[in-house]
Design a protein around this ligand. Structure first.
Ligand code: SF4
Ligand code: SF4
Length: 370
């Protein structure tokens, strides 16, 4: 697989697609075989976490028999995501305990990266970098050779991210969400890249959404020579010059092979990318005026989660992602089955949408009832 500099700060070279160890197979032997298959096929960076169930244990076992030397091993933790012990906090002492615990679980004597997990607010960032805080603890572990490098992962706002990148001289890499249908972080990615921070994209297929053979997206894929929607999605991300690598969640062999096949075909040409962007923009213009998720229609007296139901309708109607929409709809607590067609929300909608009619549509299209 083609390699790329993993940001100037880290100095590593990294393949274009790598191992996301969040959803490994439940069976340990299968998980080990899958991780080794990914490494044998050329994936190198492994993203795991203390918070991903038994992922660290499985990764550790997969890295026996000489596999440890072939990979860049990264794990992460933060108290605002998961508390392992009573009293866990963002202090240097606590992160030290978590680092040592992850090393035991992975059964390694060194972590290549230890990241601050999911900085999702300015408050969390400030806690992480405060005197005696997580970053200080990680840097101490780095000075002792337990950890090689550090960085952070985030779902914070693009505006906050840009300020973090300007300040975070300690961070060598960052992991953020970005995909063809969700480009809010494009500017932040460019800023990180400009600062020499290695950029990793998670969620390249939008949590599975972009694995669906939507007719709309297949037409787009066909126009630029991609065979499948996931290939289109991965190559689109790799066409962004600010993206160094992708972590693809691996649950089965085809996740590995599909991601590598897409990466081997590399990104799209400027002309192809322009055509994709024009198509995406066209669809966006067509659906301007649909639900903006502003929430002004809420609360519904019957408990319908109107913005979430509308979001499923959006994916179904404008992107042809009907199966993904159905799956998401099934998890909405207040689904359209609760709607009594009372009409009270109609006058509150900023987009003047026929919400009651849309609830009826959702009920028929997605099949579920409350
Ligand atoms: S029309 Fe349906 S969604 Fe709107 S307020 Fe009434 S019950 Fe809720
Ligand atoms: S008020 Fe209209 S646009 Fe806003 S969330 Fe409700 S349905 Fe969507």
């Amino acid at each position: 697989m083609h390699m790329r500099l993993f940001g100037k700060r880290s100095g590593f070279d990294v393949p274009r697609v790598n191992i996301g160890a969040m959803r490994l197979p439940a069976d340990e032997d299968e998980a080990i075989a899958l991780i080794r298959h990914a490494i044998d096929r050329g994936m190198r960076y492994i993203d795991t976490s203390r918070g991903y169930g038994d992922s660290e244990i499985k990764v550790g076992k997969a890295l026996k028999d000489g596999y440890r030397e072939k990979v860049i091993l990264s794990t992460k933790w933060a108290p605002w995501v998961v508390k392992i012990e009573e009293g866990d906090d963002a202090s240097a002492d606590c992160v030290r305990r978590r680092i040592e615990e992850s090393m035991r679980r992975l059964d390694v004597d060194r972590l290549d990266f230890y990241q601050v997990w999911n900085i999702m607010s300015r408050e969390a960032y400030d806690q992480a970098v405060a005197r005696g805080g997580m970053v200080e603890g990680i840097q101490k572990a780095m000075s002792e050779g337990l950890v090689g490098h550090t960085g952070f992962t985030t779902h914070d706002t693009p505006e906050n991210l840009r300020t973090y990148f300007a300040e975070a001289d300690w961070a060598e890499i960052v992991l953020i969400s970005y995909n063809m249908l969700y480009q809010d972080y494009a500017v932040a990615l460019a800023e990180a890249h400009r600062q020499g921070i290695g950029t990793i994209v998670m969620n390249p297929v939008g949590g599975g959404k972009l694995t669906e053979p939507s007719k709309v997206l297949l037409r787009l894929a066909d126009g630029v020579g991609a065979e499948t929607v996931p290939e289109l999605a991965i190559r689109y991300i790799l066409s962004n010059a600010s993206v160094d690598t992708i972590v693809a969640g691996i649950s089965k062999q085809s996740d590995v092979d599909g991601a590598i096949a897409a990466a081997e075909r590399e990104g799209f040409s400027e002309d192809e990318k322009e055509r994709i962007d024009a198509f995406l923009q066209l669809v966006s213009i067509e659906n301007t005026g649909f639900c903006t998720r502003c929430g002004y229609c809420m609360p519904c007296s019957q408990g319908v989660d109107i913005p979430s139901v509308m979001s499923c309708i959006y994916d179904d109607r404008f992107w042809g992602l009907t199966e993904a929409a159905k799956q998401r709809y099934a998890h909405i607590k207040g689904n359209a089955g609760l709607c009594t067609q009372c009409g009270q929300c109609l006058s509150k909608c900023t987009q003047r949408l026929p919400i009651a009619t849309e609830m009826e549509y959702a009920r028929k299209q997605f099949g579920a009832t409350s």
